[in-house]
Design a protein around this ligand. Structure first.
Ligand code: M6R
Length: 618
């Protein structure tokens, strides 16, 4: 949540900061701002409520100066407004800060700092928690500390997880960054005579692929050609940068109207890349090389718990099915934000699998920390971001290879996490001796058809657009599924809510008659996920019950399924898939339905209101 950028070098900082913010706007987009200092210590702070384009439109003259910081905001404390937009300056105007996170003890710090402000006849300039940070640093500077020491002191006083970047008005030759807790990453990019700060790689890719990720507790002092890091143990180091293997083209929208549509179309490729080398058929093996958790540990587990949030939670629910049905092991799923406040009984024989495309979601990281501190249970993370905080916390990582996902709605990373969960289930089943070589081979062969199942589902885009035209103005949808399709019903409803702003509920079809059926009438469309499988007849019974209440039924089922076609009002055909593989054939259709409903309603699909791609605050 919130995007941070910084620049110092031989070019004008302003345009580089704005371009970086554009690439990070998916992290928050209710206001934005930049601060630039020039060699003489002249400071320009420009900020605006609204999208980045509102800030750009308001800039009549680009500030001079080759050092600066910028921010794109997702409001936590204080409504979106010019006043609350970052950067924020100390009341003396000497320290300027942008922040991602929450200062949980900001009230206490404000009270402590109030006396200084009163003495100086100054007042707070915003309603944010952020402002205490520059004020704390400024107070320490006034007492003769170096900027680095003042920043370290301030960071040490903050409760909560925070990432910040800062400039010191009277020292335009340096910019600073710091990280405390799991508040989203800070990456430093190395150029030729210039250096960059960003919350995430997409802002850096056009400039450099040589990077260093700050760790929890790190304070970075950055000049145009050097980076020094003071670690949490106060040791000062010159860090070793690493190369990232990402193509800047991956973050371009190309010919697609929206990133979401582009990323839906990238799913077959994302799946193939994620599976490549991890599903060997002869001899059969799953995840042969890259799971740094020993077979001995996998052999010793007697239960799997899969956790996540949002779309990743729906992947976790599907993962449970595969753990039970493929690995043959007791399994459960849990909402990460709730899990850590319950008192579940785990132990070293439970394997915890955390699903998080960003690797930064604070609820999931909190649950992982809880698992480690309280039970010491082994943990595997499934994520799309190598080097993310979740990979540091877990014992082992399965990295999806989906490429950067820019649209706020998770699409290709959903199928990427499904592939990883399926492979993990196969590995556990084989190691524990419940899957024979032949069974494993069959399971993996089926998985290898997933990219083509997704591809054929994507071909139904036009039909989804027709249905969206017909039902685009509906106020509600009920989405029904059974078995492994139940989590997909929930995912379909989430997609409708988040990008189409339509109230939608995803229900297990068997549950419908226990309450939700009271809602149904001719104005309440029902989407039924009904591919052929063991629960098909039960699903058609539910459809009959819906039709009897005159609610229009849109069924998504196997291509040419005449029995289903006769039963329902509208039909979208998907390729028939083996029973445990239907998540792959259904996913693109539920995504495209939500996409086209949002399009029909003229909504901002890649940046839906109130949301941000990476949720780094509680
Ligand atoms: O990065 P994560 O996978 O941990 O994110 C979890 C959720 O915030 C995320 O899936 C969210 O629900 C998406 N916007 C759904 O499209």
């Amino acid at each position: 949540m919130c995007g941070i950028v910084g620049y110092i070098g031989h070019q004008a900082a302003g345009p580089i900061l704005l371009e970086g913010l554009q690439r990070l706007e998916y992290r928050g987009y209710d206001s934005s701002g930049i601060a630039v200092v020039d060699r003489d210590g002249a400071l320009a702070v420009l900020k605006r409520q609204g999208k980045l384009r509102d800030l750009q439109a308001a800039i009549t003259e680009m500030p001079a100066g080759a050092a600066g910081i910028g921010h794109t905001r997702w409001a936590t404390h204080g409504e979106p407004s010019d006043r609350n937009a970052h950067p924020h300056a100390s009341s003396a105007g000497d320290v300027i800060v942008v922040q991602n996170g929450i200062v949980e003890n900001y009230r206490e710090l404000k009270a402590e700092l109030q006396e200084t402000l009163d003495t100086e006849g100054r007042t707070w300039q915003s309603d944010t928690d952020t402002e205490v940070i520059p004020e704390l640093i400024s107070r320490e500077l006034a007492m003769g500390r170096s900027f680095e020491a003042a920043l370290a002191y301030a960071i040490g006083r903050l409760n909560g997880a925070n990432a910040i970047a800062a400039v010191h008005r009277t020292d335009p030759g340096r910019i600073y960054a710091a990280r405390t807790g799991s508040a989203g990453g800070i990456v430093i990019g190395y150029g030729e005579g210039e250096m960059f700060i960003a919350s995430d790689l997409p802002a850096l890719l056009p400039h450099t692929t040589t990077v260093y990720h700050l760790d929890d507790g790190d304070i970075a002092t950055i000049t145009a050609d050097d980076l020094r890091v003071r670690r949490s143990d106060h040791a000062s180091i010159r860090p070793e940068p690493r190369q990232v293997d990402l193509d800047p083209v991956a973050i371009a929208r190309g010919p697609y109207r929206h990133f979401m549509l582009k990323e839906i179309h990238e799913q077959p490729r994302a799946l193939s890349d994620t599976i490549r080398g991890r599903a060997r058929l002869d001899p059969a093996s799953a995840l042969p090389d890259d799971l740094s958790i020993s077979d001995e540990t996998l052999r010793s587990i007697d239960r799997v718990l899969v956790i996540g949030m949002g779309t990743s939670l729906h992947a976790a629910m599907i993962g449970r099915w595969w753990m039970e049905q493929i690995a043959g092991i007791p399994a459960d799923f849990d909402n990460a934000s709730e899990f850590r406040f319950r008192a579940p009984l785990l132990g070293p024989s439970t394997l915890v699998v955390a699903v998080t495309q960003s690797g930064e979601t604070i609820d999931t990281l909190g649950a992982m920390k809880h698992v480690r501190d309280r039970w010491g249970a082994p943990q595997v993370v499934i994520t799309n971001v190598e080097g993310s905080e979740a990979t540091r916390q877990a014992d082992a990582s399965i990295i999806m290879r989906c490429g950067p996902e820019v649209g706020v709605a998770s699409t290709k990373t959903f199928v990427g996490s499904l592939a990883a969960l399926y492979l993990l289930a196969c590995r556990i089943g084989r190691v524990q001796g419940r899957l024979s070589d032949d069974d494993l081979s069959t399971r993996l062969e089926q998985l290898l058809t997933a990219p083509s199942l997704v591809d054929r589902g994507i071909q139904r885009g036009e039909r989804c657009a027709e249905i969206a035209q017909r039902f685009g103005s509906a106020a509600n949808f009920l989405v029904l599924g059974r078995g492994i399709e139940h989590p997909l019903a929930m995912e379909a409803a989430l997609k409708c809510k988040e990008i189409s702003y339509v109230h939608a509920e995803g229900y297990a079809a068997g549950e419908m008659k226990h309450g939700p059926i009271a809602l149904l009438d001719q104005d309440f469309p029902v989407i039924a996920l009904a591919p052929r499988g063991p629960l098909f007849d039960k699903m058609t019974s539910a459809i009959q019950q819906v039709s009897a209440r005159r609610a229009p039924v849109i069924a998504i089922g196997d291509e040419g399924d005449e029995e289903l076609i006769d039963l329902v009002d509208h039909f979208i055909g998907i390729p028939p898939a083996p029973p445990l593989l239907t998540p792959f054939s259904l996913t693109p259709v539920i995504q495209l339905l939500a996409y086209h409903i949002a399009l029909a309603r003229g909504l901002d699909i890649d940046q839906p209101r109130n949301l941000a791609k990476t949720v780094t605050v509680e």
